[in-house]
Design a protein around this ligand. Sequence first.
Ligand code: XMP
Length: 510
Amino acid sequence: TVLVVDFGAQYAQLIARRVRECHVYSEIVPSTMPVEEMMAKNPKAIILSGGPSSVYAEGAPPVPHGLFSTGVPTFGICYGFQAMAQALGGEVARTGVAEYGGTALEVLDEGVIFAGLPASQTVWMSHGDSVAAAPEGFAVTASTRETPVAAFEHVERGLYGVQFHPEVLHSEHGQAVLKHFLDAAGCRPSWTMLNIVEDSVEAVRRQVGDGRAICALSGGVDSAVAAAIVQRAIGERLTCVFVDHGLLRKGEAEQVERDFVAATGVKLRVVDASERFIKALEGVTDPEEKRKIIGREFIRVFEDEQRAIMADGPVEFLVQGTLYPDVVESGGGTGTANIKSHHNVGGLPEDLQFKLVEPLRALFKDEVRRAGEELGLPAAMVWRQPFPGPGLGIRIVGEVTRDRLAILREADAIAREELSRAGLDRQIWQCPVVLLADVRSVGVQGDGRTYGHPVVLRPVTSEDAMTADWARVPYDVLSRISTRITNEVREINRVVLDVTSKPPGTIEWE
Ligand code: XMP
């Protein structure tokens, strides 16, 4: 394990991911964690993350007491670099000179960290004050115009640091820099997808023993990968429930019922509840009300299934696709926090009396996808873009009806197909297609006047869905989508593009 000590930077998660990209397992811990507790995790190496702009900044967090006497190889980044310098008797100057963004770095001494890398390289900086003098015994290995001490190392003590951010892609050789530290610390690249999958299968086997588990599948990647891992661990003692609420996109129900089952051998109960959902949504136009109804109906259907499954014997475990970022954000980095429940399918009942099985708790989203590939899940599932639990129900502005769902499903399928064909799947975060069901506009097709509905294309780019920008999809791709939708979906005679960022617009329209 490599511990990434989080000084409150937005970079800690990124550092942890980069370490894992070197095939070394890493975990984030808060800088307030006592050193004994860190040592109990038996770390091979420690990385001190970035944080406030300077060790002199108000409320700047201290390095955990006693950290440098543990003998564990340690790498300081940005704030962590300054904090290391200060703690070991170097000098941090309140220069007032700041460096932000791409900066030219000159390597003075390749040492361990820059071994074999170019003498001049671009790195990404974000700091106020600087290290003015390295602690005694440290070699200064790089500098920039404004920062004479931009990197240092003390190889015998296993202590290294850089002022720049090797974890961001704008630092040209950042990944190599991290790798050099991990190698020097003796971290072996054993965190591979195969190991990850095997380890989590083993962990589930231990946790569940000879008990039984249930899992709700949503069609998304998280619940699918979680279920596939648990299936490998306990086989027939896992029952998956797939509630088809009739609000999925074209082909998605088949993906779960046919392709996923074929790939995993999972025992699956499919409930076609579309009638029930559509009935419950009759006459409802308010978005919040739609969400509540869909969530409520989901819980009812799931509880019915649960009772039916329990008729064959007790079930103690519920499988959830909770990911590492959820765990970290809810304070789980401390190892003690409560679990933020994962409301992927409109929300599972709060009061279910189950123990949770969460095989993805240590994984980032991209790792979940790779695990899905390792497990042989259908590509369309593994690479599916985010899709809201309430599904197409919140992409029809107006009342949800069977006919309207059918129209939207066709239009959405065309948009997805053309975006994929243009190779844009990985660049675009998601592209909701929204049916303005209560709006009509005049058009002309063939010789006749039409009076049809518009659909809105809402392609966005994003890192985490908290903020987003509208995606600059090439005009010719937009044009193909528009032509095909208006030709192939009779009720639609107009395609419009949403060019709003988030904020102020949310990604979904409802
Ligand atoms: P908004 O519309 O809030 O969406 O900008 C942010 C992200 O969350 C997804 N989303 C949902 N996901 N249940 C979900 O599982 C929901 O009720 C829900 N509402 C929005 C949305 O697709 C986007 O990725």
